[in-house]
Design a protein around this ligand. Structure first.
Ligand code: TZP
Ligand code: MG
Length: 219
């Protein structure tokens, strides 16, 4: 997968976007990822953060394992924050936040062929990310979340609606506290996809959970 995919294909790929690091699961992440894929996730982001997270070679080794699982199932593999690792591995994409290196610098580093996702909270940030060359926007936290310590204020699905009204056409994924029950309203607000950590990573069956999201997001 690369940026050469058109917007519609990217929107499809973003529809059920599973995000996880090893600290979000209590069993091997490659197993959880494999189950989530079997349930129907459409994209994966490796986000290795928090106390006890892997670093250096252990992080790279885990990333390679997860990338291979994704390749085996034709699922795109995105890396959070770590531009150097994304480039070194030739990942499908990189996702950055407002506190990371700026989007335009990141775009210059990765070139045109890698997908660039940017987390935004406001319409201004969204417009800036578009101008800087983002391929998709992650908007949130939509609802209250326990998965991000330094999360901004909850903005609700209305923020996505407001972005659409202000003319932002880039693919948008909602993030933060997304559950199966809340997914229909996210879709109605104009999001192309839902990005989920805990509702899949901590689910008794990641496969079943992923499948429920897929059913709601299809068509
Ligand atoms: N960015 C905004 S909220 C969030 C991130 C990475 C965490 C989302 O995790 P969860 O468990 O799906 O609420
Ligand atoms: Mg970040």
């Amino acid at each position: 997968m690369s940026k050469h995919i058109d917007n519609d294909t990217l929107k499809q790929a973003l529809s059920v976007y599973f995000i996880s690091g090893t600290t979000n699961v209590n069993r091997p992440l490659p197993n959880v990822l494999t189950e989530a894929i079997s349930g129907g996730i459409t994209l994966f982001q490796f986000r290795e953060k928090g106390s006890g997270c892997l670093t250096n070679k252990a992080k790279r080794d885990m990333a390679e394992k997860l990338f291979q699982v994704c390749k085996d199932h034709q699922i795109g593999f995105i890396i959070n924050d770590d531009v150097e690792l994304a480039i070194a591995m030739n990942a499908d994409g990189i996702h950055i936040g407002q506190k990371d290196a700026g989007a335009s610098i990141t775009r210059k580093m990765i070139g045109e062929n890698m997908i660039l996702g940017v987390s935004v909270h406001t319409i201004e940030e969204a417009k800036q990310a578009v101008a800087d060359g983002a391929d998709y926007l992650g908007v949130g936290p939509i609802f209250q979340t326990n998965s991000k310590q330094d999360a901004e204020e909850v903005c609700g699905p209305e923020r996505i609606m407001d972005m659409r009204k202000s003319g932002i056409n880039l693919p948008i994924v909602a993030i933060g506290g997304i559950t199966v029950e809340k997914t229909p309203e996210i879709k109605r607000a104009g999001a192309d996809g839902v990005s989920i950590i805990s509702a899949i990573a901590s689910a008794p069956s990641p496969s079943y959970a992923a499948n429920q999201f897929k059913e709601i997001m299809k068509d």
